[in-house]
Design a protein around this ligand. Structure first.
Ligand code: GLA
Length: 395
């Protein structure tokens, strides 16, 4: 495989021990697009702390596209001084003073998707500048790349970051166009698997020659990819739309499925005006523990019947997360006789034996214990909602 090739030749290097669980944070794009400035970013950092998000593990504040000013005569990039008058270094210091980390955005091509200067030909200079500013995370996009080779382009930036000596998480964003899961394990820490998400549970938004996708569409596109993910190298189904206008049950289902598939949990809402429901979803510790489980194995779809899907995710110490996802518009009955199910991980060596073992059941949204797996699970799940459980062996 190409990744082996690149690592064996010593032509790609990345920091060990970064992103050992899926990165958690916030990114400016879904809410603010190009309308960003230092106050927006500082407020996001303030709110990440005051909302309780930092306390449950959110860490990265990522500035997406359109922070850029011009390159100077020597080619070094600078921030847009009108938007970031105090400068990027001061902003990084501010974010760090809150106990958080700062991310930034660039592009492997000549221009970013928002038409700002891209890094092509300036990779080492840009990486040096990011390190000098104190940047901790780089989202690296794929607009205006013409016919350049994606493995080469991402390896170049990966190596440039590595050479700075500062541990910077590289987030590969080429929308899954070149199957990064097959080559990016030794280059980046997460890679987008799809085009952009948008704020809808079950829709496609057609923009002509590209589309953005709803939650279920993106979820379906993850098929077959779980075997490529693990500690330090994650599939990224894009930033979250929780709190951006879907119903509470849709937001809950979206968050749950991102947790189940070990997705990076990067919030994309306005942290300044969150409803209590949004805060409760984004800070559900029991669900975050499923996502951040150190076994680092993505969940899999075990069954699908009439729009009711059953997903399993192996966890450390033999625990399992189980989610019933109702994709449809009608309430669905769950009638799940554990002892009649044979749950085998299709890609890794895990299986849940409900005949031999009795598991305790914890409802991860109701925050209460249910009966155990010796009893048939009989309940209902609302439309566009989930029932999500943690199973632990009853000693
Ligand atoms: C692309 C990316 C988005 C966002 C925009 C910024 O579309 O996929 O996530 O970064 O560019 O222009």
């Amino acid at each position: 495989m190409l990744t082996v090739f690149c690592a064996q030749l010593g032509i790609c290097q990345k920091f060990e021990n970064l992103a050992q669980t899926p990165p958690m944070g916030w990114n400016s794009w879904n809410t603010f697009a190009c309308d960003i400035n230092e106050d927006v970013i500082k407020k996001a950092a303030d709110n990440m702390v005051s909302s309780g998000m930092k306390a449950v593990g959110y860490e990265y504040i990522v500035i997406d596209d359109c922070w850029h000013g011009e390159r100077d005569e020597q080619g070094f990039i600078h921030e847009d001084k009108a938007k970031f008058p105090s400068g990027m270094k001061a902003l990084a210091d501010y974010v760090h003073s809150k106990g958080l980390k700062l991310g930034i955005y660039s592009d492997a091509g000549i221009k970013t998707c928002g038409g700002k200067p891209g890094s092509r030909g300036y990779e080492y200079q840009d990486a040096l500048m990011y390190a000098k500013w104190g940047i901790d995370y780089l989202k690296y996009d794929w607009c205006s790349t013409e016919n350049i080779n994606p493995i080469g382009a991402y390896t170049t930036m990966s190596n440039a970051l590595y050479k700075t000596g500062r541990p910077i998480v590289l987030s590969i964003c080429e929308w899954g166009d070149n199957k990064p899961w097959e080559w990016a394990e030794d280059i980046g820490y997460l890679w987008r698997t799809t085009g952009d998400i948008y704020n809808c549970f079950d829709c496609e938004e057609n923009h002509g020659d590209w589309s953005s996708w709803g939650v279920l569409q993106i979820l379906d596109m993850q098929e077959g990819l779980r075997k490529y993910a693990g500690p330090g190298h994650w599939n990224d189904p894009d930033m979250m739309e929780v709190g951006n206008g879907m119903s509470t049950s849709e937001d809950r289902a979206h968050f749950t499925m991102w947790a189940m598939i070990a997705a990076p949990l990067i919030a994309g809402n306005n942290l300044s005006d969150m409803s209590q429901e949004t805060i409760d979803i984004l800070t559900n510790k029991e669900m975050i523990a499923i996502n951040q489980d150190t076994l680092g194995v993505q969940g899999f779809k075990y069954k699908a019947e009439n729009g009711l899907e059953t997903w399993f995710k192996p966890l450390k110490n033999g625990d399992w997360a189980v989610t019933f996802l109702n994709r449809g518009a009608e309430e669905m009955d769950i009638n799940f006789d554990w002892k009649k199910e044979s749950v085998k991980d299709p890609d890794f060596e895990y299986n849940a034996d409900f005949v031999k073992n009795e598991y305790k059941i914890r409802d991860l949204w109701e925050h209460k214990n249910l009966k155990n797996t010796n009893k048939v699970l009989k309940t209902k799940v609302k439309p566009h909602d989930v029932l999500s459980l943690r199973l632990s062996i009853n000693e």
